[in-house]
Design a protein around this ligand. Structure first.
Ligand code: NDP
Ligand SMILES: O=CCc1c[nH]c2ccccc12
Length: 283
């Protein structure tokens, strides 16, 4: 895959540290050309998908038209219903593959009626059947993880959650809980302080660190999300090739933030709270 470093999950699966998201800007849209550009021109070889984004077929078409060998792309998708088996079988058909690399339950609210424990047992069956290499969750709180871990024979490999400075006041304890259980964090919405809440308490701190590192603000925020989550995976996106190349370079060309720089952004972020997605994460 691309020259990006990888994160080793608790089941041994190596995941490119940066993922290209097809959920926000491409939600319900024709994603083929964007995915082709991200994969072939920006070398984003880790694609984050979901049943709920309603564009899996166009992602699959992009990879088919690029003639990508299956081993040269990392595909994550997410269960968007109460039935992980039915959802995964539908996603595999739409993506045009017989196995995804990482399959996540998109939200605990989706499987409340199924039961979090029962839903996880189905995920374990799907992994055993080879329909996904690795299994994890998304938008799971500590209480959701504890309920799942009561019955789990396989520990979730990842928990994909909103991570940026303005949710750290709430996310820190979840990040540290997951780390203690060997569950890797996948950060989504890492650029929210630029994209959704410009002019906040974090901006001057990020700008100063960007100058110190010879980086862009966006690169600093991507690196910060990776480091504050104990070396976690980061999922971002852009419609612009130049920005995607810049995002990749955050992990190939920019040195790590010092502990002091990580904490300076953390402290600035804790002065405000702005959650963009999934309000249940604050409950
Ligand atoms: N599991 C879940 O529930 C969720 C998962 N996700 C996943 O994470 C992915 C990424 O989420 P998202 O919130 O988009 O990620 P980010 O916070 O990284 O924001 C990406 C957006 O930032 C813009 N951007 C990038 N750089 C800059 C800059 N320097 N200045 C201004 N704007 C900039 C891009 O727009 P431009 O095109 O102009 O560059 C792009 O639309 C989603 O696509 C999805 O796959 C997201 C939310 C929830
Ligand atoms: O998962 C990413 C955020 C998102 C974008 N579109 C939808 C639709 C339904 C659930 C989540 C999302």
């Amino acid at each position: 895959m691309s020259g990006l470093s990888t994160v080793k999950l608790n089941d041994g699966l190596q995941v490119p540290v940066l993922g290209y998201g097809t959920g926000t800007a491409l939600y319900q849209k024709e994603a083929k050309d964007s995915v082709k550009m991200a994969y072939s021109e920006a070398k984003m070889h880790h694609i984050d998908c979901a049943e709920m984004y309603q564009n899996e077929e166009s992602v699959g078409l992009a990879l088919k038209e690029l003639k990508v060998k299956r081993e040269n792309v990392f595909i994550t998708t997410k269960c968007g219903t109460a039935d992980p088996r039915k959802s995964l079988e539908k996603s595999l058909k739409l993506l045009g593959v017989d196995q995804v690399d990482l399959y996540l339950i998109h939200s605990p609210l989706l499987v409340k009626d199924t039961g979090l424990g029962k839903a996880w047992q189905i995920m374990e069956e799907l992994q055993k059947e080879g329909k996904t290499k690795s299994i994890g969750v998304s938008n799971y709180r500590i209480e959701d993880l504890e309920e799942t871990l009561k019955v789990a024979k396989v520990i979730p490999s990842a928990n994909q959650i909103e991570v940026h400075p303005y949710v750290l006041d709430k996310a820190q304890s979840l990040i540290d809980f997951c780390h203690s259980k060997g569950i890797h964090i996948e950060s989504y919405g890492p650029l929210s302080s630029i994209v959704r809440h410009p002019g906040g308490s974090v901006d001057p701190v990020v700008k100063k660190i960007a100058q110190e590192l010879g980086a862009t603000d966006g690169q600093v925020l991507l690196k910060w999300a990776h480091q504050i989550t104990h070396g976690g995976i980061v999922v971002t996106t852009s419609s612009k090739k130049e920005r995607l190349v810049e995002q990749i370079k955050a992990f190939t060309d920019i040195k790590d933030l010092s502990d002091e720089q990580v904490q300076a952004i953390a402290e600035a972020g804790k002065k405000e709270h702005h959650r963009v997605f999934m309000p249940h994460m604050d409950q």
